[in-house]
Design a protein around this ligand. Structure first.
Ligand code: GRF
Length: 203
């Protein structure tokens, strides 16, 4: 399967996918990495591995919907079977979802439906939960609301701050991402309402 990965930051999730996809048995090949900003480690990781990159900044477009259409075009040029948002800090819009809805995955560093949005680890700490985690889901129009593919639980430990908790979550998040992207790429999948069903379309 052809994979386009979108990043905004350090790209450790991307790195885990790069490392796995070097094995032919993995079933997914990263054909491009896109970002919404320059100068990030995520792009450098792609470049070091000879993976084509592209950058689309919202500020370079007249409005959010023009950016969304440009993003859809840029991704479509690589003809992906799957798109993975790996720490991509922008919401994809209607034009993007019209083309890639149902086959775009995202990870969230909390156990959905708890603590959606930009600050999953911080919000979990502030609430005082003892267990949080990470969620892999199929992107829909909401914020971290799409059909859930997999979740992993991670303990909150005494003395955690946002950084230590987020790092512990990210270790589990990367393992979950690699396992499930490979599985979805090899076996294909479809959505039955909110259920993610392995295997292609059955009709
Ligand atoms: C991940 O925890 C992701 O879920 C969150 O931001 C982090 C990205 O990390 N939205 P990285 O850029 O893959 O290192």
């Amino acid at each position: 399967a052809r994979l386009v990965v979108l990043v905004s930051g350090s790209g450790t999730n991307l790195q885990a996918l790069i490392d796995s996809s070097t094995s032919p048995d993995y079933g997914a090949e990263i054909v491009a990495v896109g970002a919404d900003r320059d100068g990030i480690e995520g792009l450098a990781r792609a470049e070091r591995h000879g993976i084509p990159t592209f950058v689309l900044k919202t500020s370079a477009h007249t409005d959010r919907s023009a950016w969304d259409e440009a993003l859809a075009e840029a991704v479509a040029a690589y003809e992906p079977d799957l798109v993975v948002l790996a720490g991509f800090m922008k919401l994809t819009g209607p034009a993007f979802l019209a083309r890639f809805g149902g086959r775009t995955l995202n990870t969230h560093p909390a156990l959905s439906p708890a603590f959606p949005g930009m600050h999953g680890p911080r919000d979990a700490l502030a609430y005082g939960v003892k267990v949080t985690g990470a969620t892999l889901f199929v992107v829909d129009e909401g914020v971290d609301t799409g059909p859930i593919v997999a979740q992993v639980a991670v303990p909150v430990l005494d003395g955690d701050d946002e950084a230590t908790l987020h790092e512990r979550i990210k270790t589990s998040e990367r393992a979950m991402l690699v396992e499930w992207v490979g599985r979805l790429a090899r076996e294909d999948f479809h959505l039955d309402d909110r259920a993610v069903v392995l295997g292609g379309e059955t009709d």
